[in-house]
Design a protein. Sequence first.
Lengths: 339, 312
Amino acid sequence: MSATGSTPASVIEESLPQEGWPAAGEDVPPGIGPYRLAWRRLRRNKVALAFGGLFLVIVILCLLAPVYAKHVAHTGPNTENVDTALNQFGVPLGPTWHAKYFLGADNVGRDVAVRLLYGGRNSLEIGFEATLITIVLATLLGVLSGYFRGPLDGFISRAFEVIWPYPVYLLGIVLGVVLEISGLDLGLFKIGGSSLLITALVIGVIYTPYVGKAIRGQVLGLREREFIDAARQQGLGNMRIMYEEVLPNVASTIIVFIPLVLANAILTEAGLSFLGAGVRPPNPSWGTMISEGINLLPSAIHTMLVPGIMLVLCVLGINVFGDGVRDALDPRAKIRIDH
Amino acid sequence: MSRFIVRRLFSMLGVLFAISVLTFLLFNALPNPALRLAGRFASAAQIAHINHQWGFDKPVYIRYFTIMKLVFTGKVISYDQQVNVDHELLQYLPVTVSLAIGAGIIWLSTGILFGVLSAWRAGRWLDRGLTVLALIGVSMPVFFLGALMSYYLGDKWGILPAGGYVKLQDDPAQWFVHMLMPWFALSVLFIGVYSRVLRSTILDTVNDDYVRTARAKGLTERQTMTRHVLRNSLIPIVTLFGLDFAAVIGGGAILTETVFNLHGIGQYAAQSVEALDIPPVLVITLFGAFVVVIIGAFVDILYAYLDPRIRL
């Protein structure tokens, strides 16, 4: 994006309604698709790729948690060991150079490194599930309401408008507590109150309006375009038009939202767990570990620093990579978050 | 204009009603609410009283009106502490408002400054530096940042008080000193978001036709930038600010208030949830969503006044 002047090429580019067209001055061979083009731009953005790699490494490390626990640390995430991991004043071990207690111990002698990886599994699992829920719901509702307009749109847009004003963490803890007490009966299957899925569902639903509104707005514009008319002239049904004509055109918006939602879902999980409304102890997650660490503060700062730094690195990785993806695809995407 | 105001206020009332129904249904989903409301040591008579007072022995629609009447006439009693929830809420409100106003000033001014600098130097080192800062800001969980600040600046080095709240009317200087860390911690994420949004809107706006017109009629670069580009680019920022500010007042700053031990609305909500004390949670949830909707409506009306295109 250039800040100075407006060449004729960039004016034309702006008037083109579809994303992914060559940027002004970009040397592109004819016949290359918008996604190939975006990938070429992303590949040149080494910083974004490096941070995407960082996130990938964290995911892989967390997936390998059982291997680390069994073969390196030789202890489980909830195995307590008060005898050797605490000194005579009850202060836990700091980071050591040994395979066991590599990142120190917590107040009941559990291995922080092992808990960090297992906690990461929970945090990431909730993050990915919540993102999946948000993206699927938002795409479905956004495309349907934008395409059909009328009463259906009225209903869905009102529903978004009613969920939107609740402060995120307030709604999160309320839903979390209500569902924790009552569990969730979805008819076909039941989710117990302590399940990670409850937290994921809560976060997924909270972020749906932000993404859904954006997709709806885009579909509203798309449905007036000639290629939709052409498809209708050919006798395609509504479902097929939505699936084959509309969906591919909002795909780049959806792609841009995925890292944004994922980063915010992981942060929200940590915040909810910090407030005691997410993952329940003794089950670890980065949020619960930070919260436990804050309670130990004067004596054992590593119990807070280790999960905190891991959380920041993970979210930073997603955000920088997502920023690169957005620059490569370049639709506008905003999300409101509070804390 | 007056037609717009009336229409906007009516739609606001509709959303408020829908929110009250949704919040009601959320709490209605709790199994055996009277037992939960009455607390652990309730007698059978107490439970019967609650059942009657909250309308649990009545059909759902009557129950809705019974509970809303309790909330809006200020008769909700918390079962953990047996105190009037609306009075408590009013007592916590000044803390949250102090937090919101101070932090709001910081994040709005710094966000705009960084956004303008970033757009002005787009692609150069200053822009890259500010982008990195913004990305770190949006990746930083506020409770982690807050805990770090409170531990190092507060407990360890003793530069600022580690937490707590001093009333403004008691000691303005101490109030200011106590609020500094929470203000900054809360602002970091918003500064990141606002500077990024402003940067991209400015970069989009500089190519607009009216900017070219402004240049063509001979305005200096500075005049074009401040009077035309910046003024129009600030529109999304002010919308965001209205919503975020309202969310903080409505108890959205739960994490910041908890980590700095500020007895505001957010911490009240967090403590009530922890104690499974349902009535305050119900009232705060309603309050939070209402504040956001009402302030949102006022922001819209303000806009319609400033920008006639929106009235359509």
